[in-house]
Ligand binder design. Structure first.
Ligand SMILES: *Cc1c(COP(=O)(O)O)cnc(C)c1O
Length: 397
């Protein structure tokens, strides 16, 4: 009889005991708002910011309500306004073009390569054609482009880079932590990302002016003096009365459960990669199936897995998805005509206007994607790969 898989692709690990204890302590004292502090108390949010800044080697950090909020906040902090073009990846998740639309700006989508990263030649063309001064670079599904080449292009053209690191917390490019190339970087602490507080986001930067604006934007009620990873007082003087309050703070309860998880981040990244390699090993050499090549500079975090069925007819791809689902393996198809669950394609973002992206369309037509939660064992991953390999082989005929 054919093997089936019975695990859940959406079940993350329970929180560590230390996080549960820390949450109970906050619940017992009741000071959940970040600025509600007892005399001499730093507060969980300020401590989280300080610890995350240190982990990333950034000067400043701000914790906020979600990853999407962090993206919008970063754009506002850089002064992006209505009608302005903002470059971003055509292959990303809806909150990324959504953050651009949220500040009234206009997403300009850049083509995707077969390695699932931004196409640098198309980026150069679109910088010139659009006159954009900001790139919201999404490291979608953890794939990191050649950051040295990208920064050279952007610096040469005077384009500021905001990094969307929702899938790269803990990753590096040529030894540099993901999020340390651009002027600002945004992380998500939503349940499906690398640390889990249900909802939440983190913003880092070395730019004092931009970060002072971000702190005021997040709703600091002029209490920024209580931050421990914010710029010095002088940076606030110029912006404090000019910057609107667009509330999106993090609270002490979420920060309390995140701090113990940060301490475990490196070990968790290694655990994801062991699972990623188990799937990759099982799918190597299957005719018709192409793995995504990962360059040696890219120290990625394999919290999800992608592969291509290049040139396949839509009906055959759909068959693979259906046959795998019947055996318990949940694949997301980026080529599906209608957006489903967390997966959507640029032509579903109608507010961005129709954009001609033939190369991205060709890649997405054969792109399959799955989560690899840490509740899966390496044996589970090997089984998942066997099922995919068999069904791809069967559907190819
Ligand atoms: C999840 C995600 C975000 C936004 O994070 P939320 O915390 O859900 O708002 C941004 N970009 C990408 C690529 C994501 O996957």
């Amino acid at each position: 009889m054919a093997e089936t898989f019975t695990g859940s692709f959406t079940q993350q690990e329970p929180l560590p005991d230390e996080a549960i204890e820390a949450a109970l302590a906050v619940l017992r004292h009741g000071r959940l708002h970040r600025y509600n502090l007892a005399p001499g108390e730093a507060g969980e949010v300020a401590l989280l910011e300080e610890e995350f800044a240190a982990l990333m080697g950034a000067k400043y950090c701000l914790a906020v309500a979600s990853g999407g909020y962090a993206l919008g906040c970063a754009l506002r902090a850089l002064g992006v306004g209505p009608g302005e073009p903002v470059l971003t990846n055509a292959f990303t998740l809806a909150p990324v073009p959504g953050a651009i639309a949220g500040v009234g700006a206009r997403p300009v989508l850049v083509e995707t390569t077969e390695r699932l990263v931004i196409d640098l030649a198309d980026l150069e063309r679109k910088i010139a054609a659009s006159g954009a001064r900001v790139l919201l670079l999404s490291h979608m599904r953890g794939h990191i482009c050649d950051m040295d080449a990208l920064m050279e292009i952007c610096e040469g053209a005077g384009v500021q880079v905001v990094e969307d690191c929702a899938h790269t917390m803990g990753a590096r490019w040529a030894g540099v932590p993901s999020g340390r190339h651009g002027v600002m970087a945004c992380y998500s602490t939503q349940t499906y990302k690398h640390v889990n507080s249900g909802e939440g986001g983190l913003l880092i930067s070395d730019d004092a002016q931009a970060m002072a604006r971000a702190v005021i934007l997040s709703g600091s009620y002029m209490l920024y003096g209580r931050h421990r990873a914010a710029p010095p007082e002088e940076a606030f003087e110029r912006v404090r009365l000019e910057t609107p309050n667009i509330s999106g703070r993090m609270d002490n309860l979420r920060a309390a459960i995140l701090r113990p998880q940060l301490a475990r981040l490196e070990a968790r990244c290694a655990a994801w990669n062991a699972r990623y390699r188990a799937v990759e090993e099982g799918l190597r050499g299957i005719p018709g199936l192409e793995l995504i090549e990962r360059p040696p500079q890219e120290a990625f975090v394999g919290s999800s897995f992608q592969f291509l069925l290049p040139g396949w007819a839509p009906e055959a791809v759909r068959q693979v998805v259906e046959r795998c689902a019947a055996r318990g393996v949940e694949l997301k198809w980026f080529g599906a005509p209608q957006p489903e669950g967390f997966t959507s394609r640029h032509d579903s973002w109608r507010y961005a206007g129709t954009q001609h992206l033939p190369q991205t369309d060709a890649v997405l037509a054969g792109l399959l994607d799955m989560r690899l939660p840490l509740t899966f064992s390496q044996e589970d991953c090997a089984l998942i790969a066997r099922i995919i390999a068999e069904e791809v082989t069967a559907a190819r005929g």
